[in-house]
Write a protein that binds this ligand. Structure first.
Ligand code: FAD
Length: 317
């Protein structure tokens, strides 16, 4: 029984989360004395998975699955799991997989733990550590079902090279008409910039920026760092920035390596959505701003003075 991972891709290219869950599954497989099988759907470059310890790829190529469709994808994962006699399925916590994982669990009559942040605490009984209360606490969850499904929190484990010899197998699932009952339409604002979901670095602006006319500061800093841009809720409510950039409890969750908050006070609802980021930096005029309590690095200063100097230094770097 191999561990099955669903290795996501976008436009044929494997996503970073695929390598993270592969690295994670490999480590778990070593503990359990088993192998890792990855299921890919319409991915071109599956051989990359060998670098991260995947032993076998079940490669699905099917035009009907060109766009993400949770019901159909969950059915394909179920069929792959049954073929491989899998007892453990690992998915990421990407926007698609968060939607997909409970459906996979239902299909396989499996117990499901979302937001898992570390290797299993125990394998018998099977216990995992999970984030809780918007990443403010964690709990240990035991899964007692024969088949188990895990959703690994983004950026929680890391990507580790662990070369393996990969075999590729064409996998042709049986797709029924009712797999396509629900249509999912993706509306991606394609600005040509880095998307928040895929970014390693996010530069985020708040009401301290005073108005949309000053967003050049955020964009310039993001451009130098190869980062995505984001904003606090009031900024998008005021129409200074598109809603797609709103991060926090009611916006997009962010779990990047570096999150830079400029002119953002650090209200609990904002922090709840970005807390999983590895390194948090704040630039704020008010030394009492709550963001300083959660930040790893803080600059007390005026964004209009600090950010241009930061950009200049980074350009010279
Ligand atoms: P402010 O609170 O106005 O803070 C602006 C900051 O900029 C201040 O700290 C100030 O000192 C600083 N500043 C001013 N001038 C400068 C300068 N020149 N240079 C540097 N710093 C400067 N908010 C979210 O962001 N995301 C959410 O998902 C979210 N969900 C919510 C859900 C609910 C149910 C509720 C009730 C609220 C939610 N909020 C959310 C709103 C949240 O409570 C805060 O109101 C919001 O995060 C504040 O945004 P802000 O920090 O940009 O603005």
């Amino acid at each position: 029984m191999s561990i099955l991972i669903y290795a996501e891709s976008a436009e044929g290219k494997l996503k970073k989360v695929a390598f993270e869950i592969a690295s994670y599954a490999k480590k778990v497989a070593e503990t359990l004395g088993t192998t890792v099988t990855a299921l890919t759907i319409n991915s071109d470059n599956v051989s990359e998975l060998a670098k991260y310890g995947v032993d076998k790829v079940l490669k699905v190529t099917n035009d009907k699955l060109a766009g993400f469709n949770a019901k159909a994808y969950a059915d394909v994962i179920k069929q792959a799991a049954q073929q491989e006699n899998t007892k453990l399925v690992v998915l990421s916590s990407s926007t698609d997989s968060i939607y997909l994982s409970p459906l996979v669990a239902v299909n396989l009559e499996a117990g499901y733990a979302s937001n898992v942040i570390d290797l299993p605490v125990n394998t018998a009984p099977f216990q995992v550590k999970r984030n809780a209360f918007s990443n403010k606490a964690f709990n240990i969850t035991e899964i007692n079902t024969d088949i188990k499904v895990i959703g690994l929190a983004k950026n929680s484990y890391g990507i580790f090279e662990n070369a393996s010899t990969l075999t590729e197998e064409v996998f042709s699932p049986n797709l029924e008409d009712n797999d396509f009952d629900i249509k999912t339409e993706s509306i991606e604002k394609s600005s040509g910039k880095v998307s928040i979901a895929d970014a390693d670095i996010v530069v985020s602006g708040g009401r301290g920026l005073k108005g949309p006319e000053n967003w050049g500061l955020i964009e310039d800093l993001a451009a130098v760092l190869g980062a995505a841009t984001a904003c606090s809720k009031p900024v998008s409510d005021l129409g200074w920035r598109p809603h797609a950039e709103h991060v926090g409890q009611t916006g997009k969750p962010v779990a990047t390596n570096l999150y830079i908050a400029i002119g953002i006070s650090g209200a609990i609802q904002h922090i709840a959505g970005i807390n999983a980021s590895k390194v948090k930096v704040v630039i704020n005029t008010d030394p009492e701003a709550p963001f300083f309590k959660v930040a790893d690095y803080g600059i007390v200063g005026d964004a209009f003075d600090v950010v241009p100097r930061l950009i200049e230094k980074l350009k010279a770097f």
